[in-house]
Write a protein that binds this ligand. Structure first.
Ligand SMILES: NC(=O)c1ccc[n+]([C@@H]2O[C@H](COP(=O)([O-])OP(=O)(O)OC[C@H]3O[C@@H](n4cnc5c(N)ncnc54)[C@H](OP(=O)(O)O)[C@@H]3O)[C@@H](O)[C@H]2O)c1
Length: 259
């Protein structure tokens, strides 16, 4: 039992590593000994996360690229292999949202959300999966979905909800395709977590309080998520403890989807 949650020495790629959830994933995994390849568009933001990891004694490299094309995904994978010799895990935490009512949303804006959330996930899986299969020792893939992959809302999510439903479908599909290679593919489905985009919902002002009065009664645990709430599930999904768990969307939502 002692090695159940051991991820020490594993090489893990994290996209969107500068975002609220990607940064939390990178800090959590590096704090338990994983060697992390951090990818995102902004080199400056990446350096800040890398400094935090190094200051805590962790090991990481940075790649200033978003997974927008297969060449980007390949460059991110190649950087991980160059730095750490192999890839054992992937966390796709890059993504975006652009809430707009369907009547006001341009086709290009819808595509922007789908590209960031679905195409980016698919490209990273394609690139990293090929390397894991070639390595022949299995692997762990975690995609970041959302409770909005399962539940609709009237808030202008006609791009975001289907993008996350597609991530759920990709999770199940690749779990089936890669089972014979012992590559586990799972997704996490967070509810609202603190991030730059959602910070206003946590504030003690009128708008923040009104939003919480509306949303908290639907969350049995009675609060919104903090990035650190993801640490446990991510370590589990990267560790031997999850070896028989694949194709699942695991909701980290304080019970929101239970009610
Ligand atoms: N926070 C929440 O409440 C919440 C809840 C459920 C699900 N999620 C999901 O979790 C993931 C991360 O969310 P977050 O809250 O951490 O967001 P965030 O803080 O805004 O971070 C987004 C990350 O993705 C990168 N990024 C931004 N736009 C991108 C694009 N168009 N294409 C590729 N990469 C892009 C950003 O870096 P660069 O701009 O430098 O590339 C950043 O590293 C997303 O898929 C989101 O849908 C978040």
């Amino acid at each position: 039992m002692s090695g159940l949650f051991d991820v020490a020495g594993r090489s893990v790629v994290v996209t969107g590593a500068t975002g609220a959830l990607g940064r939390a994933a990178s800090l959590a995994l590096s704090s338990v000994g994983a060697k992390v390849t951090l990818a995102a568009g902004s080199a400056k933001d990446l350096d800040a996360v890398a400094e935090e990891i190094s200051a805590r004694g962790g090991s990481c490299v940075t790649v200033p690229r978003r997974p927008e094309t297969l060449a980007d995904a390949e460059a991110i994978s190649a950087a991980a292999v160059e730095a750490f010799g192999r890839i054992d895990g992937l966390v796709v935490a890059s993504g975006t949202n652009l809430p707009k009512m369907i009547g006001d949303m341009a086709t290009e804006e819808w595509e922007q959300v789908m590209d960031a959330n679905v195409r980016g996930s698919w490209l990273m899986c394609k690139s990293v999966g090929a390397r894991m299969i070639a390595q022949g020792e299995g692997g762990k893939v975690v995609l970041v979905s959302s409770v909005r992959g399962r539940l609709g809302t009237a808030r202008g999510y006609s791009a975001y909800c289907p993008s996350k439903s597609a991530v759920d479908g990709l999770t199940r599909s690749l779990a089936c395709e890669w089972g014979p290679h012992k590559i586990n593919v799972n997704a996490i489905g967070p509810t609202v977590f603190r991030s730059k985009l959602t910070e206003w919902m946590f504030r003690e002002d009128e708008k923040g309080s009104a939003s919480r009065i509306q949303s908290l009664p639907r969350i049995p645990l009675g609060r919104l998520g903090e990035p650190e709430d993801l640490a446990g599930i991510l370590i589990y999904l990267m560790a031997p403890a999850s070896d028989f768990c694949t194709g699942q969307v695991i909701y980290v939502d304080g019970g929101y989807t239970a009610g």
